[in-house]
Write a protein that binds this ligand. Structure first.
Ligand SMILES: *Cc1c(COP(=O)(O)O)cnc(C)c1O
Length: 494
């Protein structure tokens, strides 16, 4: 299957590219993104047969339908990385928490957040392609929390890959920071920067734009790549678990054949939600995808009013930091699918130039055929965490936002599946604040231990170990020293 561009073709780039080309060079004409030319269709018999497949088999079966230009053996190896999850037979378990509400737990991988679902297999495929082409890639990432650990974890000690990650010193949770600075991969460089996440991201951007930096890389025969969430190599793995949710309910007799379900997605960059949209377009009986946001509710405005307005917006800090995003990159792929390349380019140009776009009334109705959206504040999330912990289900602050969508947006008497995107252990101080209804400052370690004791839940070994592991990366620098640090790292590893 080939891939085309969301903003049309500039006459310089190829009009269509293969999957591996889209994966290695993810930026398309006019700053657009690559999307599949068409989506495979799932028949009724597919869902019947799929009831007998485990998650890895299901993933391979769906990847086969996409007819990717990657050896099947390589795809098989990539998918086998789900064996690192808590239960290799069911890496993404679906739990029932209300009569009509289920949670698909996407966080049972090595870094305890849903980023592993896509980054684990993606890392294997990228490294394979680099080796095959005899090229060496430098993967750069700036992180506020979950992307950094998952990126380092997937690329550590992988052939033909160097990976460097910038994090704001003091701007991540203790667990997230430990996951990065204790990473002992030989090809890994983690750099703390003095500043916040925005500073880390701007530093990364100016580095990517620096001529001197690029010349240095060329000299060492190193290509730059980004493993960010707009890479279709990640998106493809985010379609499959939504299909799995549906099959799971079918298998358990919770729904009848062809009965529709709602999917609820706590959203930031819209990658997870886009995966659900593609699953729907492929024929999974999904009534609507309900988008949950925190008070950075730009997606709520888009989906309820048709407006994307950055003009008077400031990013607000919340207790669901992975959803603190205003420029939600993957929305563009939905726009393309609904309105075509010409209109998408117009809208995205307007966003870049005016910080604003507005859909027509008909366009908004088209979006609302597939989506609805709402948001909640930190207080709602904390109350929800407390309420469900009492009933015996522990959810993290990101997952808790989806309960607002469940209560407000479910219009039909259908079953809902909410995506749980992180394990509680990653946000333990917020969890303890929620459980005790206080606003004291706890360290991650004391919060983990207290919650484990009071709720009688185990802290996974992988999390406990972090506090004992050697700190490998001690570098913390001002942003103007980043380039030098990374070049030093490359020269000693090229
Ligand atoms: C990344 C992330 C999200 C947001 O997912 P998108 O695909 O960017 O919308 C939500 N929750 C957690 C815990 C995350 O790490």
């Amino acid at each position: 299957m080939n891939f085309i561009e969301t903003r049309g073709n500039d006459g310089i780039r190829k009009k269509e590219v293969t999957f591996s080309e889209a994966l290695l060079n993810p930026s398309a004409s006019f700053g657009g993104l690559y999307v599949p030319k068409e989506l495979p269709q799932l028949s009724e018999s597919f869902f019947e047969e799929a009831k007998n497949l485990n998650y890895k088999e299901l993933t391979l079966k769906i990847l086969d339908m996409f007819d990717l230009d990657i050896d099947r053996e390589v795809l098989k190896e990539a998918v086998s990385l789900y064996d690192k999850f808590d239960d290799p037979n069911d890496p993404v378990p679906v739990k029932k928490i209300e009569n009509d509400l289920f949670v698909i737990e996407l966080y049972h991988g090595p870094t305890r957040a849903f980023k592993d679902m896509a980054l684990q297999p993606f890392g294997h495929i990228l490294s394979h392609l680099a080796k095959e082409k005899n090229e060496k890639y430098l993967i750069l990432a700036a992180t506020s929390g979950d992307t950094g650990p998952a990126t380092l974890e997937t690329f550590k000690n992988k052939d033909n890959i160097l990976v460097s990650c910038l994090y704001p010193e003091g701007g991540t949770s203790d667990i997230q920071k430990l996951q990065m600075v204790t990473n002992d991969g030989k090809n890994v460089k983690v750099i703390g920067i003095v500043g916040n996440f925005d500073d880390a991201q701007s530093a990364l951007k100016s580095l990517l734009a620096s001529k001197a930096f690029k010349e240095e890389l060329t000299k060492d025969h190193i290509k730059l790549s980004a493993a960010n969430s707009v890479n279709f190599g990640r998106i493809i793995f985010q379609i499959i678990y939504h299909i799995k949710s549906y099959i799971d309910l079918l298998k358990k007799g919770e729904i009848d054949k062809k009965e529709k379900i709602y999917i609820i997605v706590p959203s930031g960059n819209f990658g997870n939600a886009l995966g659900a949209y593609y699953a729907k377009k492929m024929g999974t009986p999904i009534e609507k995808i309900l988008i949950a946001s925190n008070i950075n509710n730009i997606l709520t405005d888009l989906i309820t009013k048709g407006e994307y307005d950055l003009r008077d917006r400031k990013l607000l800090q919340t207790t669901s930091p992975a959803m603190d995003i205003l420029k939600s990159s993957n929305v563009e792929r939905m726009l393309f699918d609904l309105f075509g390349a010409e209109r998408t380019k117009e809208l995205m140009d307007s966003l870049n130039n005016e910080n604003y776009y507005k859909l027509t009334e008909e366009e908004l109705q088209k979006v609302r055929e597939h989506f609805d959206a709402t948001f909640c504040d930190d207080e709602f999330a904390k109350e929800t965490i407390r309420e469900y912990a009492k009933k015996g289900y522990v959810m993290d602050p990101h997952t808790a936002t989806s309960l607002k969508a469940y209560k407000e947006l479910k219009k039909e008497p259908l079953k809902c599946v909410a995506c749980s995107t992180a394990e509680w252990t990653k946000f333990a101080p917020t969890m303890l604040n929620a459980l005790k209804n206080d606003d004291k400052k706890y360290s991650d370690k004391e919060a983990l231990e207290e919650i484990s004791k009071t709720l009688h839940i185990e802290i996974p070994q992988i999390v406990k170990e972090l506090f004992e592991k050697e700190i490998v990366h001690k570098t913390v620098v001002e942003t103007d020293k980043i380039e030098e640090e990374i070049l030093n790292f490359i020269q000693t590893h090229a």
